[in-house]
Design a protein around this ligand. Structure first.
Ligand SMILES: [Zn+2]
Length: 484
């Protein structure tokens, strides 16, 4: 620590940045940049894919024969919202172990319902459904946008056309109610998704930016009249549809497809705000979707940068953790096991050979941990208060919410010690329930040793979350070391 000599900031104590701090801040900046396009699991997969292709990784299709070579680097992206990356060692006869890092890439929030148009007083709102467990009030008055996957008509009923899209230039918002309309608001408010959380897409009667003249005409022409069953008057049927189906027309216009060809979509509202550093020394990162893109990003960067002579490294990013993982692209499925077995079969190895490497294998389940809160220190365990920037955290729970056992905790501590990275342990306050992770599901699905770890966070499930800049960098460092 040293006193700053700068007159303007006389009272600020600054840490000497040093090489490690400079690297940690640079890594944090890259992570903040990544979050801009990593908006929903589909966009996370596409963003990772660009990095992987640049780093020489090859896409394998789940429905094709896999040809895998020594020192090969591959990825698969089942169902577009999960991605699995693996590298194989030099000698195919020495595939003696798997080293796996697993994380989830979905975030709590809201999805757009089918037929979502809701209008009143010329407001164009969207009907939405909760996904997972977001902290509702943190979504008010934020800049929101929409992204996800849209399905349109094709010639083959089983292969509809799919479009992965992010409408990042369109902003929506969920306005707060004025204080004068609810003077009790600061005593706490119950939020109902169906009434309090509906986002505003705009107002009828304005030519929305980017809409074609026809559509704008349709919206403008009809905007001042209600649309009862006999109110069509001289309006054409298409004009009415444009108003009552404005979301479909918005999508069609943005995607340059016929709105009538849109069959369905999986679209999320997401927080379209830039992440930033907090603190006089940039010690904390505040950003949307840190749970769990911080750990997914750290693990993905690690596997693109290291090689292991023997064995197979896997980084697995799953969808649907926030809603219990029970989907084909979630961790409570056969997906990871299928991919591990297919790697072995691609080498003409037997199931028995695959089973023989499992006892040598290891996985790290990487997800956010709970840092002690500056204003609520009593919410964490009294003797294990995990602090930000005081080390990657091993998560433990007597009731097996996490995969960590005493042996795997020891393994992870030794890995951190080998590269001089601080490590801490998290257990719940005994009278409070903590979260769960994908770790115990990987353990029961695959039957190998594993540990649950993560960077300590603040405000988990808020629209904006916090992670220590050094903890994020240390996670990336220890993941690299583990995969070497
Ligand atoms: Zn999480």
């Amino acid at each position: 620590m040293k006193e700053s000599k700068d007159n303007k900031s006389e009272n600020i104590i600054t840490n000497d940045p040093g090489d490690k701090r400079t690297s940690a801040i640079a890594f944090g900046e890259r992570f903040i940049g990544f979050l801009k396009t990593a908006t929903t699991p589909y966009q996370v997969v596409s963003t990772f894919e660009k990095t992987l292709v640049d780093a020489g990784f090859e896409l394998l299709e789940m429905n094709s024969i896999w040809k895998i070579g020594s020192m090969g680097k591959y990825y698969v992206k089942p169902y577009d919202s999960a991605i699995f990356v693996f590298t194989v060692g030099k000698d195919m006869h020495q595939l003696d172990s798997f080293r796996i890092i697993g994380s989830h890439i979905d975030s709590p929030g809201f999805k757009i319902k089918p037929k979502p148009e809701m209008t009143n007083n010329h407001y164009m709102k969207l009907n939405i459904e909760r996904y997972g467990a977001p902290i509702y009030y943190t979504w008010l008055d934020r800049r929101l946008s929409i992204a996800g996957k849209i399905m349109t008509k094709s010639d083959d009923a089983f292969e509809p056309r799919k479009i992965i899209a992010d409408f990042s230039n369109t902003s929506l918002a969920i306005p707060s109610l004025a204080l004068h309309r609810n003077r009790e608001v600061n005593k706490g408010m119950e939020f109902k998704v169906q009434t309090d959380m509906l986002p505003l897409l705009g107002q009828l009667g304005f030519q929305a930016d980017g809409l074609t003249d026809n559509l704008a005409d349709g919206l403008v022409k009809n905007s001042t009249e209600s649309l009862g069953s006999d109110s069509a008057g001289d309006k054409t049927w298409n004009d009415i549809k444009r108003q009552t189906e404005y979301f479909k027309y918005f999508l069609g216009n943005q995607l340059d497809v016929n709105p009538e060809s849109i069959l369905d979509y999986d679209l999320n509202l997401y927080i379209n705000e830039q992440g930033q550093f907090i603190g006089v020394n940039k010690e904390i990162i505040k950003a949307p979707r840190i749970d769990n893109l911080a750990m997914a990003y750290a693990s993905m960067m690690a596997i693109t940068e290291v090689e292991r002579d023997k064995g197979i490294n896997v980084v697995a990013c799953f969808d649907n953790e926030e809603v219990g993982s029970k989907s084909k692209q979630g961790v409570d499925s056969s997906l990871l096991r299928t991919i591990m077995e297919r790697i072995f079969h691609a080498y003409d190895k037997t199931t028995e050979q695959y089973l023989r490497v499992l006892p040598n294998s290891f996985f790290v389940s990487a997800d956010g941990a709970y840092a002690v809160h500056p204003n609520h220190t009593d919410k964490n365990d009294p003797t294990n208060q995990c602090e930000m920037n005081k080390g990657v955290t091993i998560k433990m729970n007597a009731n097996r919410s996490y995969a960590t056992d005493t042996e795997t905790a020891a393994v992870f501590q030794q890995l951190c010690a080998e590269i001089d990275i601080p490590v801490q342990k998290y257990v719940n306050h005994s009278d409070m329930l903590g979260g769960k992770s994908i770790g115990s599901m990987i353990e029961s699905q695959i039957g190998i040793r594993g540990v649950d770890v993560g960077a300590p966070m603040l405000a988990m499930h808020s629209a904006m979350e916090y992670v220590g800049t050094d903890d994020l960098y240390d996670s990336y460092q220890v993941f690299k070391h583990y995969l070497k």
